[in-house]
Design a protein around this ligand. Sequence first.
Ligand SMILES: CC(=O)SCCNC(=O)CCNC(=O)[C@H](O)C(C)(C)COP(=O)(O)OP(=O)(O)OC[C@H]1O[C@@H](n2cnc3c(N)ncnc32)[C@H](O)[C@@H]1OP(=O)(O)O
Length: 170
Amino acid sequence: MEQRYSRESRCYKTARIFPTDVNNHNTLFGGKLMAYIDDIASIAATKHCRRAVVTASTDSVDFLQPIRPSDSVCLESFVTWTGRTSVEVFVKVIKEDLLSGERVVAATSFLTFVALDEDKRPVPVPRVIPESEEEFKLYETAPHRADMRRIRREQSKKFADFLTVAHPWD
Ligand SMILES: CC(=O)SCCNC(=O)CCNC(=O)[C@H](O)C(C)(C)COP(=O)(O)OP(=O)(O)OC[C@H]1O[C@@H](n2cnc3c(N)ncnc32)[C@H](O)[C@@H]1OP(=O)(O)O
C-alpha cells in the first residue's frame, strides 16, 4: 500500500487583513477565514492523494481569538489521518501582531476530503505517516474524530430525509 509522510502534504499561506476582510467588529470576517481554510486544506489533501479531491465535510472550525487588521494571519495545513478513500486535514491558524511579533493560535479546523477517480468515484488513498510530536498527537486522536464524523453523517442523512424540498413560496 502506498504511503506518504504528513510533511509531504504540508502547506502554508500568510495574508494581511485588509479593510474589505473585516466585519463590523473590525476583526477578520469568519467567512473569509473559512474560505482560506477550505482553500489550503484542499491543497494539502490533493498533495497527499495526487488526485482530484472533494470536501466531504468541514468537521470543525474553532475561532479561538479575534484577528485584527494589525495582525498577519498564517495558515498551516497537512493530512493527519487517512481512511480508505478519505483523508483528514488539519488547519492551524496563527495570528501575529506585526508590530510586537507576538503570535497566538487564533483558530483550528479539521476537514475531510475524498479522493475521486476519473469517473468521480471514491478511490483508495495512500496511508499517512506521522513524524513530529504534533503530527503524532493528531494521528492518535483521529480515530475518535472519525467515529464522531460517522455518527454525525448518519444523523445528517436521516435529518436530510426528513427535511422538505418545497420552496417557502410554493
Ligand atoms: C474542493 C471543493 O470545493 S469540493 C465542493 C464541495 N464538495 C462536494 O461537492 C462533495 C459532494 N459530495 C459528494 O460528492 C459525495 O458525498 C462524496 C464523494 C463526498 C462521498 O460519496 P459517497 O458515495 O457518499 O461515498 P462513500 O459512502 O463510499 O464514502 C466515501 C468516503 O467518504 C467518507 N465520507 C462521505 N461523506 C462524508 C462526510 N459527510 N463526512 C466525512 N466523511 C465522509 C466516507 O466515510 C468514506 O471514507 P473512507 O473510504 O475513508 O471510509
